[in-house]
Design a protein around this ligand. Structure first.
Ligand code: K1U
Ligand code: ZN
Length: 184
């Protein structure tokens, strides 16, 4: 189990466009495993590689038990639109309403190197879009109106002092599919 540092708003890595993964190697699988550990420790429902300082096109998510590691994901179908509140592990304590498609189909490669098509609706669809945005250097605050974005950024100016060098250290907690509550 390895918990990685999370990069927060202001770290240039969050604005980089990621590089497609050419082969699903043991190193890629190790990164995916560390990303899941980090996501569970941070109590998130998703995590993208730039959030842990990496530039590979990889995201993980676990939304109500629907768990995916998506390598080189792309949205191939989307429908509907709904506004919903989002947060981001890289912008702690800031929230905002973002319009997203309510159903998407994502084509990706899984940890075994197989091509998959995953359907997401509601929160899973939202999470898939949020994570794929991270892989394109986009953050949920980019969707806010100028007024709301300004207010979010001015709040962030104070909060960011808690994260020297744009690094968020995540405390190790036991959570996730392999551990039951109360287990040490
Ligand atoms: O990528 C990330 O920063 C993770 C982020 C993903 C996300 C949050 C909300 C909507 C869509 C995608 C989080 O997991 S932040 C944690 C969080 O806000 C949350 C946790 C449980 C249920 C719903 C949201
Ligand atoms: Zn995020």
């Amino acid at each position: 189990m390895k918990i990685l540092d999370i990069r927060v708003l202001g770290d240039p890595v969050l604005r980089k466009i990621t590089t497609p993964v050419e082969a699903v190697t043991d190193d890629v699988r190790a990164l995916i495993s560390d990303m899941f550990d980090t996501m569970y420790a941070a109590e998130g429902i998703g995590l993208a590689a730039p959030q842990v300082g990496r530039t590979e096109r990889i995201a993980v998510m676990d939304v109500e038990g629907q768990k995916f590691a998506l390598i080189n994901p792309e949205i191939i179908e989307s429908e509907g639109s709904a506004r919903g509140e989002e947060g981001c592990l890289s912008i702690p304590d800031i929230f905002g309403e973002v319009p997203r498609a309510t159903r998407v189909i994502v084509r990706a490669i899984n940890e075994k190197g197989e091509q998959i098509e995953a359907e997401g609706t509601e929160l899973l669809a939202r999470c898939m879009q949020h994570e794929i945005d991270h892989l394109d250097g986009k953050l949920f605050i980019d969707y806010l109106s100028m007024l709301k974005r300004r207010s979010a950024l001015s709040k962030w100016e104070k909060i960011k002092e808690d994260y020297p060098n744009f690094i968020r250290k995540v405390a190790q907690e036991i959570r996730g599919p392999h551990h039951s509550e109360g287990e040490l």
